[in-house]
Write a protein that binds this ligand. Sequence first.
Ligand code: ZN
Length: 136
Amino acid sequence: VTTVLSPDDRTRLIASATAVRERAYAVYSSYQVGAALLATDGRIYAGCNVENANYPAGICAERSAIASAVSAGARAFSAVVVVTVNGVAPCGICRQVLNEFAPDMWVVGVDTSGHIHFERNLRELLPLSFSRADLA
Ligand SMILES: [Zn+2]
C-alpha cells in the first residue's frame, strides 16, 4: 500500500497516539486506545478513549481526538494514527465521524510496539458512506 504520510509525520503521529493512549480511561474494558489526528496545517490533535459506568456513554479515542481538534478550530485533516495493543481499525461510529471531516484521510493502525498493522484511505474503510451531501 502506498502511504501518503511523510516519515516525519508518521513518527510524530505514532509518538502522540502512543503517549495519549497512556491517559485512556479504560477502567471497564482495560482496552486502551490513543488516536492522533494530523490537521492539514500540520498540527496534531490527540485523544484517548474515555469509558463510563453507563457503557454507551463512553467515547472512543478517535472521536475524542476529533472533539479536541474541532474545539481548537481545526476541521481539515489528512491522517489519523490509532494505537492499541493489537493495531486494530477504528469502529464503525468513528469511521462515520472521521468521514464527516475528512473522507479521504489516511488511516493507520499501529500496535504498542510501533508495528503498523494496516494503513489505507478512509474511503476503503467506509464504502458507500452517508454524508452531508446526502442531506438534500
Ligand atoms: Zn470508535
